[in-house]
Design a protein around this ligand. Sequence first.
Ligand SMILES: Nc1ncnc2c1ncn2[C@@H]1O[C@H](COP(=O)(O)OP(=O)(O)OP(=O)(O)O)[C@@H](O)[C@H]1O
Length: 751
Amino acid sequence: MTSKQHPDRKSEQERLEFTKRYMDVVIKTAETSKDQFKKIMQETFGDEDWKESGRYAELLTTANFFDMSQAELESLKKAQSKPYFARVDFTRDENGIKEILYFGKTSLYQRENQEQIIVDWRSPIANLYYEGRIGSVTYEAEGEKFSGDITLKRQLMIEDGNLDEIRDIDLTTTDELLQDSLAKSSSNRLTEIVSTIQEEQNKIIRADLNKPIIVQGAAGSGKTTIALHRISYFIYYYKDLFDPRQLMILAPSRLFIDYISEALPELGVEEAKQFTFTEYVQSAIECELNIIPDKKLIDLLEKKDDETAESIWVSGIKGSSQFKEILDQYVKEIITRFFPKEDFYCDKYRLYSAKKFKKLLGEEYWYLPIYTRVDKLKQILQSQVKSKKKTMLDRVTSFYDTKIQKALTRNIKPNLRREYVTKFLDKKAERTEEIKKAIRTSVKAYFKPFERKHILEYYQELFTDSEMLVTYSDGTLSIKEAERLCRYQMKFFRENQYELEDLGALLYLYSHLFGVDKEKRAKNIVIDEAQDYSFMQLQALKTSSDTDMFTLVGDLAQGIYSYRGLEEWEEVHHSIFPRATYTELKKSYRTTVEIMNEANKLLELLPYNFPQVEPVVRHGEKPIFIKKVNQSWGKELLDRVQTMKQEGLRTFSVIAKTMEDCCEAYKVLSEIDESVCLLEEQAFIPKDQLVILPSYLAKGLEFDGVFAISLNESYTIESELDIKLLYVVMTRPLHRLFFIGNSEEDFLIRN
Ligand SMILES: Nc1ncnc2c1ncn2[C@@H]1O[C@H](COP(=O)(O)OP(=O)(O)OP(=O)(O)O)[C@@H](O)[C@H]1O
């Protein structure tokens, strides 16, 4: 009901006004100084209020919000127009006292007197709102269980500081707020959903932060959204322990990073590093690579020749766990190159045995990158030399001094004595010099035979000897296959080029040989569209970052890169993240029932057991097929966009299978309307423009209305990739879906 009709309207209105004014005081005070506090307080609450609100005066003067961090101040400012979104009345069993809790995006409270004006949505007690139902409940905070009674659960719609609506939720109400939120039009950007997080999503956001998590979620189930909220939760939970810059979000493209970026400041997550995998690897291995544009998917769609088959085969190998085994053996072999043949001598003094050196290098320092091990050993030898320096020099001195002494006391001719003494003095000087030189140079000389190659040299070297490759693979590669692989790689190396699929291996090798710089190592990594990563890439990320604190979210049904990515989660779960919690999300929040029903039919065509996606009940129009006649489809499409705009929808896209069809569509559409925009990978999504993009770039994005278009390219039922691409396309719209092509079969529609 609107706030005007609600019986508690007056009290809620007053509460809101108080909160807003109170926030104002806190903000102004934090921005100015403590001295001005009283003045502001008086001005805000007036003289009378001021006296009565002595409690708050005390609260504020003692409060440590004067030490408020800039980030806290910023989030408070952001929350001014919408300080909270829900209220829960909760009576704890332990004391029977009723607490009235208002939940918002940030907290405002005073620890000393427990007065909470706004409770942060990320605090443990907020579970009461997300998971609790009216009646008796329990919730957990820091390992302790609390129980009590929820007597009121209320949603408060506040916009621009005005209380628009009040909704009380009882056991039977449907979540109208969620329905409203889903019915809204999209803004081309991802938004926060703190007021409508669903129970299954809440569980993932708050799942044990000390464990990795793998989420297999249907298209539109909120994976990206949840992943961002989980980071926000993590930052809140560990605010005193972690710097947000130690968190890293890996997204498939810059286009995608731009798409999620709007939700980041809202969630306080903008400081987390945001990279594509390619960007991260190059920064981690400190080397800019000449990476050839990834055309394999397009080749697979368009060329399907032997060359494509070969490159797909190589991609599979380079991304596999088998390749990790090969690299492990290779690394082992590289270590042996550092095993010394001889004991370490400084001058004639044997200071360290080769056996001991080998043991440290090969066994005891197993947890360190090879070159760090070597550096450590260097330090050990240097300190050995240092500690023996005096002894060595003293020995020479005393040896020759004794000789000199003897010569001086021997009964020989003076000439001869002088000769002896001079000789011994010279010898002593000479030996002392020799030892000093040995002290300066012996360590360096000992390490001289040990190579120091560049990461790219090591990587290229792996493909120079096919027989060795077979050995490293423990026979899982045949000699023919190894030769094929070497030939393939050498073709690129000659041009100093690398493929995207080389990056996982390069990062893995680099981590084992040199180790990624500490500054670049993330402590917590969130990967969106994780199904597109290969085993090797995920393994490399884990090895390079020294942590298994990963959040992987993805959807195998959208695995259009499965030739190099994943077909199942099991191997990753089992071999890379054995501690991970695995969760599935089957509900879709994006798409209407009518559109999802059509998209679900595609899942049945795939040779996997993908469960049908359950759309959250929201109805809309059925998808419409428009027959392509000459070029008149262009006008019809643009007319449809106009009509949808009049209905209040805002974002639209034309999605073709390939870029070729996109260009064709662009030609037709741009002649009628100049503002249409052809989207490329590095581009930003323009607001308020009709965008044309290929299916593989549409992954992760959403639009109010989508036109799936087939001009020269159609989707064929025989191709798993085609089915997945079409599934991606059909799950992009929030409200309307149109097909434009020669026949319905081109979109695998079978009535
Ligand atoms: N609890 C929720 N309340 C409101 N909106 C939600 C909720 N969960 C998800 N959504 C909305 O559903 C849409 C899909 O979310 P999101 O893009 O995160 O899904 P996804 O699983 O990553 O999808 P895809 O796999 O297709 O990329 C977004 O518009 C998001 O705001």
